[in-house]
Design a protein around this ligand. Sequence first.
Ligand code: GTP
Ligand code: MG
Length: 587
Amino acid sequence: MAGRRVNVNVGVLGHIDSGKTALARALSTTASTAAFDKQPQSRERGITLDLGFSCFCVPLPAHLRPAPAAQRGPGPEPRLQVTLVDCPGHASLIRTIIGGAQIIDLMMLVIDVTKGMQTQSAECLVIGQIACRKLIVVLNKTDLLPEGKRQAAIDRMAKKMQRTLENTKFRGAPVIPVAAKPGGPDAPETEAPQGIPELIKLLVSQISIPTRDPSGPFLMSVDHCFSIKGQGTVMTGTILSGSVSLGDSVEIPALKVVRKVKSMQMFHTPVSSAVQGDRLGICVTQFDPKLLERGLVCAPESLHTVHAALISVEKIPYFRGPLQTKAKFHITVGHETVMGRVMFFSPAPDSLDREPVLDSFDFSREYLFQEQYLCPAPAEADEAEATEKAGQASAGRCPRQQWALVEFEKPVTCPRLCLVIGSRLDADIHANTCRLAFHGVLLHGLGDRDYAESALPALRVYKLKQKHGVVERVLDDHSVIGRSLFKKETNIQLFVGLRVHLSTGELGVIDSAFGQSGKFKVHIPGGLSPESKKILTSALKKRGRAGRGEAAKPEEAERLEPAQPVGLSLSFKRYVFDAHKRMVQSP
Ligand SMILES: Nc1nc2c(ncn2[C@@H]2O[C@H](COP(=O)(O)OP(=O)(O)OP(=O)(O)O)[C@@H](O)[C@H]2O)c(=O)[nH]1
Ligand SMILES: [Mg+2]
């Protein structure tokens, strides 16, 4: 029996033509069926269209070996299997790249040393920050640098990359030069790559194996599917969670079918079980492989199909422009990308500082509707630019967590708490801008097609509304008539009982409509103060005088005339999903 193998997935990401496939080829000794641009279209266009998988093995390094006590007696040397996930570079394939990034433990960012950071290198770095823990920057094509100045140019680019990483979570990550295919496409195959042994050494030293957890529901991301005559249908992919054994039933949720696992292989070797992190081919009883190119296979009934979701959101700082409520984004949910419309909301003002919660959504709390995602107010220096952008949190008080309701154009099938990325894939790919707009975690999926009626009323997101009017006249010490707060057609009955503040300081309560023109009666429980009465009655007198032509002493009219009318302000909450559109008193 072969010795123990520990698998780790390493992503190869970078701008188009930086040499990712050439690097994967140089690194690999064993190629799986799908590696190295074997697709005919891929060969024709000279670009990678799909994830490519290949691997190489090295002795398991000391830092990854279990403690001596845990080791079983003498046996074959344990091996580390490094599975390389060669991602496409072309901008149009970013969904594939995001899918690839979610199954890797470490990311190699390939940079063409003669070009430096390019648009998709930056996007890959953003994706890496969201989905990966570790990074190595590989400066490729060093053979293209003039020999005499090569080292200096490499050092300069390495410094530049370090500076770029400075503001990311990969600060201080290693940068290493190579030439994966010296001489380029026309160079003879005998031309040996340069710097590969050093890169392997660095990779192996940087790899740490995340704890693989065999518990939890089985979930595998499938990247290829084909049938073998007389045996069944084979799906190859990476196990994202849980484990699988021979004879288990697995579900292909996209096709709504359940199949039995007949056999399994890991890199051409039959196995009887596999766990999270393993790369695997499983053969199940026949189904048409054409129906499933990409997708998920899972333990029966462990995934949910959702029509909308509540997600925790964080804006990607490189995305230019605001994130608007009602805007449409491409939303990658787990391993699917669909269009979705978003509505942003923040904590109620009294809970801005609450610790972010990333594993559930609290329906018992109230939330404040936002026209757009709130960004921290920028430093003074950026003020000019900042004033253009609305949606800044007032006085630098930015909530620690914000959310969005995402409504999908078509339902998506995804695991619990999966990664969500919102992007603007329709943006011009040559515009040199980051198309990735926000990321987050799916906290709560709405599985009912009629979620708008069945589930959303429980979501207590409110808009804070303010209305302003004026006191028209005093009825008595405890009541006034107001106007200009409502439109003529407003049903004032809905507002009865809500508090209004008079600009003179008194508190009133809307009592009833008054006449047909949107006027209303306000009851003032504490009574009008003598000063207020003076201001109001003097205004009344003036009106009266004009109306009835009564003579008043000119000096009195001057003295008592209020500088401004007495205002009435009403603030109330309206819950966005309240079917009855009730107004609720706000503090
Ligand atoms: N001179 C030189 N050319 C290289 C090197 N590595 C790759 N190339 C060439 O660069 C071109 C692109 O290489 P690929 O490996 O296909 O690049 P890629 O990053 O996989 O491209 P996409 O997958 O389409 O994004 C090919 O013509 C390679 O021969 C290198 O180290 N030196
Ligand atoms: Mg490629």
